[in-house]
Design a protein. Structure first.
Lengths: 101, 172, 671
């Protein structure tokens, strides 16, 4: 099983996710990019778990936890976006600049 | 090269392309569906790495629940659908690309320097073992995570509820 | 008590003592008037007599002290001097002090007596006049200054006293300075004296430099003992000192200030311009007499020449005067000419004797004139006349004074004038002798004219004159006694005490002393005097009025010249004063305004210009800009930085991630 390409691809997914956070204008798209990042981290964990042949399978455990937390976070995030949408009738995060100088 | 490797390369390539499509498409629905494909491919990768449980959890939870949630969110926030919707902050593209690129380079450098060679995959009934460890050694985080889920549940409901008084004033 | 047979002169030693305690404390004479003047200035106005009592008290003390000094001098002879060293300039010690010898004691007595009588007179004369207290302050100051002068043992103190009396003269002549003529007269006196003082100062400097000392007795010692240094400069120094004397003693041509000085109150004229201040020049010549007699003998010729010119010209002018005080003023000038001429001919005692007698009868005449003027309220003789009936005391004392001045025996002037004539005769100065005789004739003539116009005939004025107060007539009487008797102290062949008194000095005097009367001189002088009186009486009394008398002798051109005082004043004004006043002063003023003021203003303009440069460039543009820049810079910088706070999460994230990347790169590759 090759190691480095997988890790590299995981890194690429991570950076793509960063790119998506920085660039996307819709709040939901930003959350989507966050999911991408979390997914890349999952790949890394499972890869390390396989590499280390851990008897405790900590990598997999951790991945399960990450997935769970990601789901919880998406729920909350979308609830917040919903509330923002209700107040401003828009999901464009450029509009949410009340912390502006 | 073994067929296994070729398949792995192929999966990785597909993974990259779908992930690229997630962040670059201007169609919101396409972005969500691309993410579905990314997650599916990730599940395949996991299967290849003989971690079936995680793969299945991924498919069930992530694709089954999270993406559906996303689609609901897209629809409720009336994101502009269709291909021509402007979805990117044009100002941020260059800088974002630069930052993302530099992060990628940094990580790849570290990872390549840190890890090398091949690994052998030990296949086995890992699911049983996983369940045992999860509920013996990692039972504490397991319970905590369930609390987190509970909190997220309650919080989500509270946040997204319509602003109505729980009790009418004249009923006090 | 009275020693007359001691051969004291020239060849023998002069016998004297040191004067004891009285001489030691003679500085009181000099210092007391200044203290008194100070006291009068501060408390005078509040006293009952408005300060006059302090002045009278002071001068009384001075008179009594001088009497005491006179007594011990007459009985024992005193010649002493005291010095106080106050510092030095280079090799010269600045010393002040006081001299107690024959010459000084005689001067103390004259100053003390005449000043006392004038002060008493002035208390009444100046009553109700403006600045009464200041008048007495000035009079006391003057008395002090004169005493400083006549008591000085050093040339520097003579100079100080000289200038001080000049200042007091200025103050007193200009007492009624509200009238422009009076202040002009005061200034004329001061400036004329100042011009003469240049000569005095240069003379003093020359003498001091060539003898190495300022002490008069030492200079005279060097002069009489053939020191080579002083021999070279003797003539020049002698002439220069005489120029100084010319100013003070009103010799021709520096006499012009004395007639104008009659603008001052009459007591001032009596004290200063008859008895004391004007005699300072004669005093100086007398003090320096061994110097003149010894090595500066040629200078004495010049002295005599000027003295004779003075006595003749002044006498002639006195004939044409209609102002009573001016007659007396010119008479004073003429008599001063006699004294100076006497010194010039080598007659030390004769000159001093004439000074002595002249002080008394001239002061008497002036005080009498003051009494008349006070009664008639006018100076002009044309408005007087017939006053003998209403002012008998004044009349009689005035007659005594006139006769003394004219030189009739047994009054004082006879003896003193006769001695001068005898000296001229003895020295063989024939021309001057006859001029002096002519002068005696003229003197008698104009004095008789004055008496006739003032006291005889009928009253031509408009007021109601009456005799003056006893405070004014008593001094007249006392002076009349002295005018009569003061000549009896030096009768050649009988009693020559005065000669002994004034020649008792530390430096012996070389001169000729007559053993008996010079009958030729005596006869001519007496005749001249009687002729003068006779002609005057004839012309002015027997002919009726002033104008008819004048008409008889009036030769129009000569009269006009005399009336215009030989045009000397016009000459001075045209050739000296106007060029300075109009041209030089204007030139200096133009130089001052355009050059000096511009130069000074230039500095100010330069400073303000530099200030403007500094302000505009350095302060406004430089420093203020820096300060403003720091604030605006901070402001704009802050303004630019705040744009970072866009409120957009993505941008915050970008910065954050950029920082992360940078730091991790740093840690990985550099650290």
């Amino acid at each position: 099983m090759i190691v480095q390409p997988v890790l590299v691809v995981a890194a690429a997914l991570f950076s793509l996710g960063i790119y998506g956070i920085l660039v996307r204008r819709n709040a939901v798209m930003v959350l989507l990019s966050i999911e991408l990042i979390l997914n890349s981290v999952n790949i890394n964990f499972i890869m390390f778990d396989t590499m280390l042949a851990d008897t405790m399978m900590q990598g997999q455990i951790f991945t399960i936890f990450i997935i769970t937390i990601a789901a919880a976070e998406v729920g909350i995030g979308l609830a917040i976006v919903l509330m923002l949408f209700r107040n401003r009738q828009t999901a464009n995060i450029n509009e949410f600049d009340l912390m502006k100088w | 090269m073994e067929i296994f490797e070729i398949v792995t390369y192929f999966v990785l390539l597909a993974l990259l392309s779908t992930a690229i499509r997630v962040v670059t498409t201007s169609n919101v629905i396409h972005a969500a569906i691309s993410l579905v494909f990314t997650l599916a491919l990730t599940a395949i990768l996991f299967l290849m790495l003989s971690t079936e449980f995680v793969a299945l959890v991924l498919v069930l939870v992530y694709i089954g629940a999270v993406i559906v949630l996303f689609l609901f969110g897209i629809m409720i926030t009336r994101a502009p659908l269709g291909k021509n919707a402007e979805l990117d902050n044009d100002k941020n593209k260059k800088l974002g690309a630069a930052i993302a690129g530099s992060i990628f380079l940094l990580f790849s450098y570290i990872l390549i320097n840190g890890f090398d060679g091949d690994v052998t995959i030990t296949s086995g009934a890992s699911t049983e073992l996983l369940g045992e460890i999860l509920l013996s050694r990692f039972v504490f985080p397991f319970e905590l995570v369930s609390f987190v889920l509970l909190a997220a549940l309650i919080g989500g409901i509270t946040l997204a509820r319509k602003d109505e008084a729980l009790i009418d004033e004249d009923q006090i | 008590m009275v020693k007359t047979n001691i051969n004291l002169f020239a060849e023998g030693e002069v016998v004297y003592t040191d004067g004891g305690v009285l001489a030691e404390f003679a500085w009181v004479l000099v210092v007391l008037p200044f203290i008194a003047a100070l006291i009068i200035t501060f408390v005078g106005k509040s006293l009952p007599l408005k300060g006059a009592e302090i002045a009278l008290g002071t001068i009384g003390i001075i008179f009594i002290y001088s009497l005491a000094l006179m007594y011990i001098h007459v009985t024992e002879g005193v010649a002493n001097e005291f010095f106080i060293n106050v510092g030095n300039i280079g090799q010269f010690d600045i010393e002040f002090g006081w001299v107690v010898d024959g010459l000084s004691i005689m001067m103390y007595f004259v100053v003390g007596l005449v000043a006392l009588l004038v002060f008493i007179y002035a208390t009444n004369y100046m009553e109700g006049e403006i600045r009464y207290t200041f008048f007495f302050t000035s009079l006391t100051l003057f008395a002090g200054s004169m005493l400083v002068l006549v008591s000085s043992p050093t040339l520097i103190q003579i100079l100080i006293g000289w200038e001080l009396v000049g200042v007091c003269s200025y103050l007193l002549i200009g007492h009624y300075w509200e009238v422009k003529d009076n202040s002009s007269a005061a200034m004329k006196a001061f400036i004329t004296n100042k011009i003469a003082d240049v000569g005095l100062m240069i003379g003093i400097i020359i003498l001091a430099l060539n003898t190495g000392t300022m002490r008069i007795s030492e200079i005279l010692y060097q002069a009489t003992h053939d020191y080579p240094a002083i021999k070279n400069v003797a003539f020049v120094a002698g002439v220069l000192l005489f120029i100084g004397a010319m100013g003070k003693s009103a010799q021709f041509p520096l006499h012009v200030w004395l007639p104008d000085a009659m603008a001052g109150p009459t007591p001032v004229s009596a004290l200063m311009h008859a008895a004391t201040m004007v005699t300072a020049g004669v005093y100086l010549l007398a003090r320096m007499f061994p110097f003149y007699q010894g090595i500066a003998n040629e200078a004495l010729d010049i002295v005599m020449l000027f003295g004779v010119i003075t006595l003749l010209t002044a006498g002639l002018i006195a004939i044409v005067q209609d102002d009573l005080k001016k007659v007396l003023a010119y008479s004073t000038v003429s008599q001063l000419g006699y004294m100076v001429a006497a010194i010039g001919s080598g007659a030390y005692t004769a000159a001093l004797f004439h000074l002595w007698t002249h002080a008394f009868f001239k002061a008497l005449l002036f005080l009498g004139a003051g009494s008349v003027i006070h009664a008639v309220h006018s100076n002009s003789m044309l408005e007087m006349g017939g006053l003998r009936k209403v002012m008998p005391k004044t009349f009689s004392t005035f007659i005594i004074g006139t006769v003394a001045l004219a030189g009739l025996p047994p009054f004082a002037g006879f003896f003193s004038k006769d001695e001068i004539l005898a000296s001229f005769n003895h020295e063989g100065e024939t021309t001057f002798f006859f001029i002096a005789v002519l002068g005696a004739f003229i003197t008698a003539f104009y004095m008789t004219r004055a008496v006739c116009l003032t006291f005889l005939g009928e009253y031509r004025g408009h007021g109601h004159p009456h005799e003056s107060d006893s405070m004014m007539t008593t001094p007249l009487v006392v002076l009349a006694v002295f005018a009569a008797a003061s000549g009896w102290v030096n009768i050649p062949g009988v009693y020559t005490g005065f000669t002994k008194w004034v020649t008792t000095r530390k430096n012996p005097i070389v001169e000729y002393h007559p053993e008996s009367f010079d009958l030729f001189a005596l006869g001519l002088g007496l005749t001249a005097g009687l002729l003068g009186i006779g002609l005057g009486y004839y012309l002015y009394q027997l002919q009726g009025s002033a104008e008819t008398g004048d008409d008889k002798i009036k030769i129009e051109p000569i009269w006009k010249v005399l009336e215009n005082k030989y045009y000397i004043d016009d000459f001075y004004f045209k050739f000296i004063i106007d060029p300075i006043k109009l041209n030089m002063a204007k030139a200096v003023d133009a130089f001052n305004t355009n050059v000096i003021d511009r130069f000074v203003n230039g500095f100010g303009q330069l400073a303000s210009f530099m200030g403007a440069i500094v302000y505009n460039n350095i302060d406004q543009n430089g420093i203020d800009k820096v300060l403003n820049m720091s604030s605006t810079g901070t402001d704009s910088f802050g303004g630019k930085i705040k744009l970072l706070q866009t409120g957009r999460t993505q941008q915050y994230l970008m910065l954050f991630l950029g920082g992360v990347v940078t730091i991790s790169l740093l840690i990985l590759f550099i650290i």
